[in-house]
Design a protein around this ligand. Structure first.
Ligand SMILES: C[S@@+](CC[C@H](N)C(=O)[O-])C[C@H]1O[C@@H](n2cnc3c(N)ncnc32)[C@H](O)[C@@H]1O
Length: 357
């Protein structure tokens, strides 16, 4: 029984109806929290030969539910894609089994095959994303070698899902702060359970980089006098950090960058503790108003050009990842050569950063 037939069995009044009813009812299912059923019905409506613009628009609303917009940015980040492909080329062989955690569009799985891997198993925890990754694998003629499994990696079962521990685990499950997509929890589970002893993990290392700097957008993030009233007390409720595109004009670093936390993803036992502090040396005098933070991924440890991807801010820079700005309580005048200390606390999925007292 197809998934659509299951839905038509469960809601028989949908039988014999057209895409207009299906697309509308998909909204009802979505509102009732039945996201998977809603997706299936919306997809069927969208693919129906009689689907007009109105019904397509209704269906698209449901299809997009829960799908982050950054998928469209990731695939365009050529430096990111090249870094992954180069690392994959260095480690995969024709008999390699690659486990791709977090298929998304399936791009990393496709790159692994192009790099010469025999087989890729790609898991994806978002069911609608997994469905489309499977469509993409078929559309690119590799469905026999790129198997998409609609599961979270922690639910994968050796045997039925992954015939044997993989030779390579590749993933891109890091956000602007490195940790919020639960990359640590995922690797803590996957490395001992789903990887051959001595297998490769791509990226091998991830670092949370920090520097003191000047964030020109901070002024728009804080309240002051508005309509003749002092609203600045509200600032205590402001988010401790926010995103700033890495190429934002005027965004610049005043100290040398340093890693605050570094994780070897293939060695969960080696990860740093929850608290860290680092000294940063002022390179250029000026006034800092924020701690600027970004991520660095070491795809592999060969040290060769292109093995490290860093979303470091700077003029004209681009990245699908943004930098994070962690505003200081008060602006800080800095003199070249002096040292300041930046501190942070991390959990498995969150980081907080501040200027040490
Ligand atoms: C940032 S996207 C990357 C997509 C694609 N791999 C790429 O690099 O273009 C991460 C994807 O991984 C999925 N994901 C995150 N953690 C996962 C896990 N532990 N198991 C399965 N999927 C996961 C998310 O749902 C999302 O679709």
């Amino acid at each position: 029984m197809t998934e659509l037939e299951y839905i038509l069995d469960a809601w028989p009044m949908l039988r014999g109806k057209g895409p207009d009813v299906w697309a509308t009812f998909a909204h009802v299912l979505l509102d009732k929290g039945k996201g998977v059923e809603a997706f299936t019905l919306a997809l069927a409506a969208h693919e129906h030969p009689d689907c007009g613009n109105r019904d397509r628009a209704l269906a698209r609303f449901v299809l997009n539910a829960g799908v982050p917009g950054w998928h469209w940015d990731l695939v365009r980040d050529k430096a990111r894609n090249a870094a992954y492909e180069t690392a994959l080329r260095r480690v995969v062989r024709s008999d390699s089994l690659v486990l791709d955690i977090g298929a998304g569009t399936g791009l990393l799985g496709l790159l692994a095959l192009r790099a010469g891997a025999g087989h890729v198993v790609s898991c994806e925890m978002n069911p609608s994303t997994a469905r489309m990754a499977a469509v993409i694998a078929r559309a690119n003629g590799v469905a026999d070698r790129l198997r998409i499994i609609s599961k979270k990696s922690t639910d994968l079962i050796l045997g039925p899902d992954l015939e044997r521990p993989a030779d390579v685990i590749v993933s891109e499950i890091v956000d602007n702060t490195l940790l919020a997509e639960e990359t640590l929890l995922t690797h803590r589970d996957a490395v001992p359970r789903l990887l051959q002893p001595g297998g490769h993990v791509i990226p091998g290392d991830g670092a949370i980089m920090v520097a003191l700097g000047h964030d020109p957008t901070l002024v728009h993030r804080r309240m002051g006098m508005h309509e003749g009233f002092d609203l600045s007390a509200f600032n205590i409720l402001a988010s401790a950090s926010y995103k700033v595109p890495v190429g934002t004009p005027g965004l610049h670093l005043l100290t040398q960058p340093v890693p605050l936390f570094e994780f070897a993803f293939d060695k969960p036992g080696s990860w740093p503790g929850n608290l860290a502090d680092v000294d940063v040396t002022v390179q250029a005098g000026g006034t800092a108003n924020s701690i600027i933070q970004w991520i660095r991924l070491t795809l592999d440890r060969s040290g060769v050009e292109g093995s490290v991807y860093e979303a470091k801010p700077g003029p004209g820079r681009k990245s699908c990842w943004a930098a994070m700005s962690w505003p200081l309580n008060t602006p800080l005048a800095l003199t070249a050569g002096e040292n300041r200390r930046i501190a942070g606390r991390r959990t498995d999925s969150k980081v907080t950063i501040w200027l040490a007292d």
